[in-house]
Design a protein around this ligand. Sequence first.
Ligand SMILES: [Zn+2]
Length: 205
Amino acid sequence: MIHDTASRCTLCDRLVLGLAGHDWTVLPWMVESGSGALPGPCHVTCLADRECASAWAESVEAYHCKRWPLWLAGVDAGVRWRLHSSRSARQFHLWRSDGRLSSFPYDVLHGGPVSLTTDLAEIGTAHAATLLAAMGTDADGVRVPLAYVITALDLHDRYPRLTGTVTRDLRGDGLDAADVVTARHPLPLPPACRRAADRLMRTPW
Ligand SMILES: [Zn+2]
């Protein structure tokens, strides 16, 4: 069974792609009355436009601290951040006071700049068809610049200055086969945050 994963922003009614640090699904308990945020998927830029991104980030701060009590924190260009570590899942959860939250596995921190791979849609869904049309190709393995696809979807002001690529990716075979549209994009981490990640991975807490 194929689930159609297309979602629209509760604030601007345009597509939400599911890119870490750029959009989020706001859960009902995260919404304080009068904050301007609505439950559902939304662009962080839309929250920022309504000046409620930081209020929303504050409303999930306590949750992060309770759920992942192992963390290191810092400040980068006026933005407070806290890197939470989930050792059992080998996963980081980055909380930021500007609302650009993200989660990423330990594995992406090996080597050079951090790059995330995100499955955007499963081939066969209407959302995948929309993405393939924006890419201008449905051929397997062709890397189309993410900025090109975002512009074609009229989302360039919601996902500004994004580098990376979008690819139709045929993986595996048999029951494990997946034919998906995938984005590969960098996740900029402040140097201190990067050092914190190395420390969290190394230290036997
Ligand atoms: Zn939006």
